[in-house]
Design a protein around this ligand. Sequence first.
Ligand code: 6GU
Length: 270
Amino acid sequence: MRHRYDVVSIFTEYLAPLELSLIGKARRAGLLDLRVHDLREHTHDRHRTVDDTPYGGGAGMVMKPEPWAEALEAILDEPADSTDPAQPDPRPLLIVPSPAGEVFTQRTAEAWAQEEHLVFACGRYEGIDERVLEWAAERFRVRPVSIGDYVLNGGEVAVMAMIEAVARLLPGVIGNPASLVEESHAEGLLEYPVYTKPADWRGREVPQVLLTGNHALIARTRRDWQLRRTLERRPDLIQALPPQRLDARDRTVLEEAARDTGGEDADPLS
Ligand code: 6GU
């Protein structure tokens, strides 16, 4: 499948880094058809106005509906060069970055990597007139999405994060697909710490188990490190693990770690 991503923004220069690195390479290789569109091309006044004051009052400006409708219609009128008959709903996904959206996770990235056509509507100011989202729902599957609980000035930086997370999952974009399998969040745990040469660096030695050549022991030790690190930094991820993902040894490691880190009466599995 050839993937098509359209991004609409009033700051198209913000998206310039999408020319670089793996994403840029995927574009040049023809795996990814990524088009960036300037919302102001769809204004018709001398000042190329995209915003106006909010009805009902309040701080800031709201993005006007007309340029958005025109920009989105123009995208729909530029058809993708292939249509996958396996896609159950031919309406493209319209992703509206917003701190008021559902939170984007690795699961979201995995689902979007299966989609042929993604459209990103980057809002600025206080957001886009809500009627645009209602209108768009007849033509797109509309998804307001946040990248976390903090506020950015606009959707562009969030869209770059989302496109990078999704595009690296497309077949052929990453040189070594094995590296996708065991990475952070794929298995619900954070990654284990990694080390390279020299074995002794400024008096700090690499954990000796990594030099044993005992691959089973190394794998088990790395799993212990993942469990301890996740419990320490992201206890919410431990709570969310389906119980069948933990073997007896995993439970022992977590119980010991919970005991060692002051969480005296905290049972990580309860
Ligand atoms: Cl997707 N957009 C904006 N403007 N702020 C955010 C965000 C998105 N996600 C978190 N904060």
